[in-house]
Design a protein around this ligand. Structure first.
Ligand code: MOS
Length: 723
């Protein structure tokens, strides 16, 4: 085994790229099973109440229709309680149970499903199902005054209602310089390229699910509990995911519907959600209103932070976010108080969406910090440096690594921050007002237990296998790199198989933990394989050189393959250290004074994310975060109709997302960083940090350009023009 140039750290192109661009990669809806039947959902048209009657006779009479299922005829499912709720599920309330009773919890709830031989037949018949409702007065408005404490279970799950250190209210009252303002973050939807889809196939008592999921192992576990069958009778297959951002963390009701429908139909059934159904069948980022109050000394040192957030949740289930975490630990401050409240509504349940909670909290905090810099007459970067947190003051722990100062320095330099005239409305180019803005980014770094199997074959190739998913960040590629480096093979000789519960257990593919978790397991499996092989070589009748190529070694040992499986888990480092990825984002905006339009010609981000396994895919993560952050700042908003409890723009024509023409130059730098306290690879995770900080930097740049402080995102031209 010769050592090659370092593969970890090399900009390897995606190993699954050719499969994706040639269509060989198969996504959940694309498994063309024999005898496949198709499902169409019937959705509730009232936000609250009961189903009085369902008349499916016209639908049932249509050609091709195999079954129409609803609460009046669907098999009862046990929905067994799980001993411990999966970490991706809310800790309080109850998941939506499909077709088990006549209750309507929200507009868009599935109340029936039609199964037919073709999708068109199913769609047509679904339109003929007649449902009558007894409507109840709904709670469809978001009124922060209705905000309530999270339940005890939610609080114990890391979403406390109130936290405090010092006395923030007193410190704020005594502070010589203060800002105190309210911020609004719109309800956003994931809108991944691939819609959610599930194909369910029963073979006797065995169930196979081809599903869009970020956590195949948990998908299997949840369906096992819902149907009351042993986990080992279920297989979940999810080799490719066309983007998810958190929408595929949980096992949503349509997965149960697919399995239920397939069982009744006696045929495999596909449920593929339409774009419109994606707005009610999976979750979304909750509308959140926040107050941030900051108190500071004239030199900029923070003396008080008060952060109050109120988010929306479903009435049947309590989804809560970590919105307040950034205010508790991003800056040094002796007096911090935070308050979290929830408003129950007749809506489908919100769910994590890239950097859930954190990005919302960072938005408010980082706009408030910019307002404080203006109030102090201090440079925004300098204000942040003066409040740099040398340790996590909330947990009272040292950071396992932190290179945030370096992020500010490198990003400011690449951006040309020194050319900024601090006076608002002072920089102009023709009829464009030019603004420079910046913000800090932070996202916690975690790690979970994971397993992987490594196999080396006599022809000198290797196979890496794990149940974990790849929703698009490049997990196939980065795992191949870790394996290639550890095994001493070129990356072309390493094959990776993911997304199948038949493979070794893997944790959720979310929370930016995949590289730290699964990457460490892949490394451990490859190391175990090498150890086994070395021992075998040394124990051979004629001792062999353990450094010989695999072909030679396996040939001499008369083996066609060697395999090793290993697990890797966190130790107790989270009790002695706080871990997070950091970053600094700088943006330039150009505001058309006559039209109120905002363009973002360039963004510069520098990130402290630990070891960068693949700078090419990591950069893609970061520019993706910049694009998504631009959407958050300027475009993405679900327009909620309070009268009917429904998103009005539930489609990609009216819900705006950035397109190529919206995007200028995106500049990404990774500062020198490694966190071997967190895991042996030294990685901290890339995905979610890249979204944090982008939207507030844009908001701050718009203030700098126009002198107008806008505290609600997205910022449409009418807000820029408002007098
Ligand atoms: Mo991410 S919200 O953990 O997919």
């Amino acid at each position: 085994m010769t050592l090659h140039a370092p593969i970890v750290g090399a900009p390897v192109s995606r190993v699954d790229g050719p499969d994706k661009v040639t269509g060989r990669a198969r996504y959940a809806a694309e498994f063309a099973l024999d005898n496949l039947a198709f499902a169409a959902l019937v959705l509730a048209t009232v936000p609250a109440g009961r189903i009085r009657s369902i008349d499916a006779s016209r639908a049932e009479a249509r050609p091709g229709v195999i079954a129409v299922l609803h609460h009046g005829n669907a098999p009862r499912l046990p929905y067994n309680t799980m001993r411990q709720r999966p970490q991706v599920d809310p800790k309080s309330g109850e998941q939506l149970r499909v077709f088990q009773d006549d209750r309507v919890h929200f507009n868009g709830q599935p109340v029936a499903v039609v199964v037919a031989s073709t999708q068109e037949e199913a769609d047509l018949a679904a339109a003929l199902v007649e449902v009558a409702y007894e409507a109840d007065p709904p709670e469809t408005g978001f009124d922060p005054a209705r905000g309530r404490q999270p339940t005890t279970q939610t609080q114990r799950g890391g979403r406390p209602g109130d936290t405090a250190r010092g006395d923030a209210d007193r410190a704020l009252a005594a502070a010589p310089v203060t800002v105190d303002a309210r911020y609004v973050q719109a309800r956003e939807h994931h809108n991944a390229i691939e819609p959610h889809a599930t194909i369910a196939l029963w073979e006797g008592e065995r169930l196979t699910l081809f599903d869009k999921t970020q956590w195949p192992d948990n998908d299997r576990k949840e369906i096992a509990h819902i149907f009351g069958i042993p986990e080992d009778r279920i297989r979940v297959v999810a080799p490719f995911i066309g983007g998810a951002f958190g929408s595929a963390l949980r096992t949503w009701p349509h997965v149960t519907i697919a399995a239920l429908a397939a069982r009744v139909a006696g045929r495999p059934v596909r449920v593929e959600l339409t774009r419109r159904e994606l707005y009610v069948s999976i979750g979304f980022r909750p509308h959140t209103e926040q107050r941030v109050a900051l108190g500071a000394e004239p030199d900029g040192r923070l003396t008080a932070i008060i952060h109050e957030a109120t988010g929306q949740t479903a009435g049947y289930e309590e989804y809560a976010e970590v919105t307040l975490d950034p205010s508790r630990n991003l800056y040094a401050c002796p007096n911090v108080r935070s308050t979290y409240r929830l408003v129950d509504m007749n809506t489908n349940s919100p769910c994590p969406m890239r950097a859930p909670g954190t990005v919302t909290g960072v938005l408010a905090l980082e706009i408030a910090m910019d307002e404080l810099a203006v109030a102090l007459g201090l440079d925004p970067v300098e204000l942040r440096l003066r409040n740099h947190a040398e340790r996590d003051e909330h947990k009272n722990l040292p950071w396992s690594s932190k290179a945030l100062r370096e992020c500010y320095r490198q990003a400011a330099e690449r951006f040309g921050w020194s050319r900024r005239d601090p006076t608002p409305r002072s920089m102009r180019d023709g009829h464009h007002l030019v603004g420079y803005g910046m913000a800090t980014a932070v996202y916690p770094a975690h790690r979970a237990k994971a397993s992987a199997r490594a196999t080396v074959y006599a022809n000198g190739t290797a196979l890496i296998q794990a149940a974990g998913a790849d929703m698009g960040p490049g997990t196939y590629t980065s795992m191949a790199q870790v394996a290639a480096q550890t095994l001493g093979l070129p990356v072309e000789r390493v094959q990776v198989e993911l997304g199948d519960t038949n493979l070794p257990d893997a944790p959720v593919h979310g929370g930016s933990i995949t590289m730290a978790s699964l990457g460490s397991a892949v490394q451990a499996a490859c190391q175990a394989l090498r150890t086994d092989l070395r021992r075998a070589a040394e124990a051979a009748p004629r001792p062999l050189d353990p450094q010989a190529p695999y072909e030679t070694l396996l040939g001499a040992l008369d083996l066609d393959r060697v395999a090793a499986e290993a697990s890797s888990a966190p130790g107790n480092e989270s009790q002695t250290f706080s871990s997070a990825a950091f970053g600094a984002v700088f943006v330039e905006v150009r505001v058309d004074e006559e039209l109120g339009t905002v363009r973002v010609p360039r963004m510069v981000g520098a990130y402290d994310v630990g070891t960068v396994v693949n700078p090419k895919t990591a950069r893609s993560q970061c520019i993706g975060g910049m694009v998504q952050g631009l959407g958050m700042a300027l475009l993405e908003k679900a327009d909620w109709d309070e009268r009917v409890g429904r998103v009005m723009n539930a489609n990609l024509a009216e819900y705006l997302v950035p397109v190529c023409a919206d995007i200028g130059t995106l500049d990404v730098t990774f500062v020198e960083s490694q966190d071997t306290i967190l895991n042996p690879l030294g990685v901290k995770g890339v995905a979610e940090i890249a979204l944090c900080g982008v939207a507030p930097a844009i908001v701050n740049a718009i203030h700098h350009a126009t002198g107008r402080r806008i505290r609600e995102v997205p910022i449409f031209p009418e807000a820029v023009m408002a007098r």
